[in-house]
Design a protein around this ligand. Structure first.
Ligand SMILES: O=C(O)c1cc(=O)[nH]c(=O)n1[C@@H]1O[C@H](COP(=O)(O)O)[C@@H](O)[C@H]1O
Length: 234
């Protein structure tokens, strides 16, 4: 099995990101570049991490009109990222446009299309948070609804919490890639995460990838923390 650990490089600048990546690269499967690092370091950080040979997950969670999202996805595809995120709450037309843009741009650039991941309900949200934005469904039902829509719209991957994987595996094609943040080992705080499981539990439930940030980068020894997690799932 491939190494399923994706380390979130949620750090403020290029040098910190490159140092962290170099430290943990031998024991993880990919790196995630999110809003903080991309906003401070720009697209060059994607090229720098790709140049090390590592896979990159560009997590900018696009959520806009279909035309705008399609063009952003094309730009990310030209950057040669292996995964990227859009919000499923953007609806089916937006998701179709995103997947189509990834496929077409990849074809034109002679590379594989990135996996366009639809973010369902953020792992920092619970039913109260959904209710305050006018969604009365419980979290599990809302995730299932958005995941089904994403699958019908042609997406091949989703971001969800590990708590929803069992239910999603019953209703989605087996090929659907499920990427799960909200990973905590039990040794550290949940922080702002509300729907969490351990790495081992998430994989046992059927996750393909685990997104792990603070339990690795905020630990005293990120390499040792990543190794410990890898051992726990090997
Ligand atoms: O799309 C994501 O990666 C994501 C979706 C989600 O629902 N929840 C979530 O935490 N994430 C990201 O996953 C990472 C989790 O970080 P830690 O909570 O520090 O492990 C962060 O980079 C978040 O931006």
């Amino acid at each position: 099995m491939q190494n399923p650990i994706i380390v979130a490089l949620d750090v403020p600048n290029v040098q910190t990101a490159l140092d962290l990546a170099a430290q943990v690269a031998p024991v993880v499967g990919a790196f995630k570049i999110g809003s903080e690092l991309f906003t401070s370091a720009g697209p060059d950080i994607v090229r720098r991490i790709r140049a090390t040979g590592a896979a990159v997950f560009l997590d900018l969670k696009f959520n806009d009109i279909p035309n705008t999202v399609a063009k952003a996805v094309s730009a990310a595809t030209r950057l040669d990222v292996q995964m990227l995120t859009i919000h499923t709450s953007g609806g089916s037309e937006m998701m179709r446009a995103a997947e189509q843009a990834a496929q077409q741009t990849a074809l034109q650039s002679g590379r594989n299309a990135p996996l366009v991941l639809g973010v369902t309900v953020l792992t920092s949200m619970d039913s109260n948070n959904l209710s305050e934005i006018g969604v009365q469904a419980n979290v599990g039902h809302q995730v299932e609804r958005l995941a089904t829509l994403a699958s019908q719209s042609g997406l091949r991957g989703l971001v969800c919490s590990p708590l929803e994987i069992n239910a999603l595996r019953q209703i989605l094609p087996a090929s659907m890639q499920l990427v799960t943040p909200g990973i905590r080992t039990g040794a550290e705080k949940a922080d702002d995460q509300k729907r969490t499981l351990t790495p081992k539990e998430a994989l046992a439930a059927g996750a393909n990838w685990l997104v792990i940030g603070r339990p690795i980068y905020a630990s005293e020894n990120p390499r040792a923390a990543a190794e410990k997690i890898l051992t726990s799932i090997s």
